[in-house]
Design a protein around this ligand. Structure first.
Ligand code: GTP
Ligand code: MG
Length: 553
């Protein structure tokens, strides 16, 4: 049995990202063991540079200047023969040792057959919501309930959490794999893990709730098809998350913009003594969230399902909650609800597009990402855009297994020949040769201004950080073209020089380096974006026009 929790994070400036992968491996010889390896920068130093505490004091502002350029990939080793789970984040060294282990597992012929025979659909589900709502606890509980983490490991985490005076955090430790996260009790990097239900293979993306790490949340949500919005029902906690500036609001708005089309809204901590499975509290949260979700663009009847759970106790998750505890609930449990979610089928025959979220060296160059359009086969010739590098697909890995082909929506690792790892940046797109993705330094977009810092005005010359699929790049608004009338949704005739909060405006945006994008109308996932300044989301937008002669031509 192999279970991985991979961690991802992104800086606030420039195209750099890091993935750390924790593998829980069950072997006959050693029992349960824990593997840590990392690709990217020095984890501990990087987490320190995110300055959780100082960011809190500083109103959550992360200085974009703190970000550093990408450095070499790094790998760490684990105690192989120990029966104990090694849960300590260790210093990382540039040595590709453990990666080979993972690759040798995935190259196993047996696992290849298994995957080819596994016709279950695949969904990426991001866990979002305010800090401490219980996202990691619920994600960890899912892995436990689906039999991927054993009792011994839980006991070990209970002890570790107790030693850190964080008794109740032991379930979250399954997802919060690095030491800093465990000490602070807060997710920093997106945790990635897999589980299966009767009908579906799920990839869980456990986003951080803290406002300092919204860029990481954006990266997680941009890879997801559906979202689990975790809301704490505990007295005072729902209120804090829902108030202005709370991440419940920001995450919902970002999720919608980033293409998370369906939401399961789990009202968590129903076991808490301030809640006690109260129908009144549940109804209160549902009635307050509903108008907000509608205003954020969700069709609440069709696209949102509410349900009560206790992530910590594992109640109403794999099986329905006992009537003696919650007599008023007649709906599904979380696993059932996840199983039933339907999303619009994707076109496997469209032009191939896979934004690269990470890369590393491993018997060639391996890139990671989610297929947003089309399909890929071993032996295919593709382009890495925007640098138009011709590459060949040597091998495809889906979850932990090698596969010969994969369709849209899959999270893949693809081994390529024809390109060096250092010539790829996250945000590059693996693309079909016949119809390559557009690569531009300028585009026209429709923006909705949310909240400008200090009520600043939005005008030509405004600079922000653009987040579009896996791209994080500084941009400048070079021209405001016209404002959209909020009532008629039509362009206003009057020339516009500046706009304020709440306005919708069409403008021309420039970036310094060529980025891959598409018109929202053609490829929604590659054409929707957010603009952030000093750690706050100031606008959401969609690409409406690309230069007629783009470098893809
Ligand atoms: P961030 O990663 O920091 O955004 O937090 P999170 O949403 O991942 O929350 P986490 O899972 O770390 O849990 C935060 C605290 O809430 C921990 O003390 C958990 O034990 C507690 N908690 C989570 N779920 C439940 C629950 O169902 N019931 C109770 N009583 N406590 C819970
Ligand atoms: Mg968490």
């Amino acid at each position: 049995m192999v279970q991985q929790v991979a961690k991802e994070s992104v800086g606030t400036k420039g195209n750099h990202k890091r993935t750390t992968i924790f593998t829980y491996t069950h072997t006959k010889r050693t029992g349960f063991r824990f593997i840590l390896y990392a690709e990217g920068k020095d984890i501990e130093e990087d987490i320190r540079s995110l300055q959780l505490d100082s960011a809190e004091e500083n109103n959550g502002v992360v200085n974009p200047g703190d970000a550093r350029p990408e450095e070499v990939e790094v790998v760490d080793k684990m105690e192989e023969d120990s029966e104990e789970v090694q849960a300590v984040s260790q210093p990382v060294h540039p040595e590709p040792k453990v990666k080979h282990k993972e690759v040798s597992a995935v190259e196993d012929a047996e696992s290849q057959q298994e995957t080819e025979g596994n016709n279950k659909r695949h969904l990426n589900v991001v866990f979002i919501g305010h800090v401490d709502a219980g996202k990691s606890t619920t994600g960890g509980q899912i892995l436990f309930l689906s039999g991927q983490v054993d009792d011994r490991t839980i006991q070990k985490y209970e002890k570790e959490a107790k030693d850190k005076s964080r008794e109740s955090w032991y379930m979250a430790y399954i997802m919060d794999t690095n030491e800093e996260e465990r000490i602070k009790g807060k997710t920093v990097e997106v945790g990635r893990a897999h589980f299966e239900t009767e009908t579906t293979r799920f990839t869980i993306l456990d986003a951080p709730g803290h406002k300092s790490y919204v860029p990481n949340m954006i990266s997680g949500a941009s890879q997801a098809d559906i979202g689990v919005l975790v809301i704490s029902a505990r007295k005072g906690e729902f209120e804090t998350g829902f108030e202005k500036g709370g991440q419940t609001r920001e995450h919902v708005m970002l999720a919608k913009t980033l293409g998370v089309t369906k939401l399961l809204l789990v009202v968590n901590k129903m076991d808490d003594h301030t809640v006690n499975w109260s129908k009144e509290r549940y109804d209160e949260i549902e009635s307050k969230m509903t108008p907000f979700l509608k205003a954020s663009g969700y069709n609440v009847k069709k696209d949102v399902q509410f349900l009560p759970i206790s992530g910590l106790m594992g109640l109403n998750m794999k099986t329905r909650v006992d009537k003696s505890l919650c007599p008023w609930w007649n709906g599904p449990c979380l696993f059932e609800a996840l199983d039933r979610i339907e999303i619009t089928p994707r076109d496997p025959n469209g032009p191939f597009r896979m934004p690269i979220i990470d890369k590393f060296k491993d018997m060639g160059t391996v890139v990671m990402g989610k297929v947003e359009s089309g399909s890929v086969r071993e032996g295919d010739s593709l382009l890495v855009m925007p640098n138009k590098a011709q590459v060949k697909v040597l091998a495809i890995y889906c979850d932990d297994n090698r596969v010969r082909h994969a369709g849209p929506g899959e999270n893949l690792r693809i081994r390529l020949s024809g390109i060096e790892e250092e010539d790829i940046l996250s945000g590059f797109v693996l693309s079909s040769v016949a119809k390559p993705v557009a690569a531009v330094t300028e585009f026209i977009a429709q923006l909705q201004i949310l909240e400008l810092l200090d009520n600043a005005i939005f005008t030509a010359g405004y600079k922000a950080v653009l987040h579009i699929h896996a791209v994080v790049e500084e941009c400048e608004i070079v021209e405001l073209l016209h404002q959209i009338d909020l009532k008629t949704k039509k362009p206003m005739k009057k020339k516009v020089l500046f706009v304020k909060n709440g306005a919708i405006v069409v403008c021309r945006i420039q970036v310094n380096n060529s980025i891959c994008t598409e018109k929202f109308a053609d490829f929604a996932q590659l054409g929707r974006f957010t603009l952030r300044t000093e750690g706050k989301t100031v606008a959401v937008g969609k690409v409406t026009e690309l230069p007629t002669v783009s470098s893809s031509a």
